[in-house]
Design a binder for this molecule. Structure first.
Ligand SMILES: Cc1cn([C@H]2C[C@H](O)[C@@H](COP(=O)(O)OP(=O)(O)O[C@H]3O[C@@H](C)C(=O)[C@@H](O)[C@H]3O)O2)c(=O)[nH]c1=O
Length: 187
């Protein structure tokens, strides 16, 4: 499976080949050896992916930015229906790109997948009427270890593709006005 490196070390975009015919298309969405290769090239061992999640969201939903601290999760994110603006923020303190973010449109049509390495916060904004997101994780969900970084943090200054008239739909946990425990970058 082909992939593209991004400016953030370890964050990559898989670009699976779609075999299109009159029935529709076929693609492999995960191949262990290709996943392993990415890590081997960096003299690292690929993490085991131990949990898979799916969420469905309506247009203008914004989820995130989430991360676990003691048990950081790597996430391999793809979209099986619709289109999202997917975003990862580098929170690895030793990283040259600490505090930088990278965004990629993921859609059912382009089939792209974002590998968000452990140590990043992750979130997305839904661009289509409905979006189904499926992601495999390298660590189990640990609610007591989960943190939310403010999606609108002024230091991060993420350029979300928000339309003026539509406010993002966020959970109470992800709402900086409602959740007193929300994290400000750098604090
Ligand atoms: C993430 C997660 C949630 N849940 C439960 C907790 C809660 O009752 C319900 C909804 O959880 P949340 O509101 O946290 O779901 P959501 O806001 O979709 O959380 C997700 O956001 C994206 C951006 C990510 O990167 C994911 O890792 C995850 O944090 O599902 C699980 O049982 N297992 C899980 O792995």
């Amino acid at each position: 499976m082909k992939y593209i490196n991004t400016p953030l070390e370890g964050l990559i975009i898989f670009t699976p080949k779609q075999f299109v015919d009159e029935r529709g298309f076929f693609m492999e969405t995960f191949r262990q050896t290709d996943f392993d290769k990415v890590f081997e090239q960096r003299n690292l061992t690929a993490p085991q992916l131990v949990q898979e999640n799916q969420s469905r969201s309506v247009k203008h939903v914004l989820r995130g930015l989430h991360y676990q601290q003691q048990f950081p999760q790597g996430k391999l994110v793809r979209v099986s229906h619709g289109c999202i603006f997917d975003i990862a923020v580098d929170l690895r303190q030793q990283s040259k790109t600490y505090g930088q973010w990278f965004a990629q449109e993921l859609s059912a049509d382009n089939g792209y997948q974002m590998w968000v390495p452990p140590g990043f916060a992750h979130g997305f904004y839904v661009l289509s009427n409905l979006a189904d997101i499926i992601y495999k994780c390298s660590e189990y969900y640990q609610p007591n270890d989960e943190y939310t970084l403010a999606w609108n943090d002024s230091t991060l200054n993420i350029q979300w593709p928000l339309t003026k008239e539509a406010h993002p739909i966020v959970s109470e946990k992800d709402n900086p006005n409602l959740n007193p425990n929300i994290i400000k970058f750098g604090c």
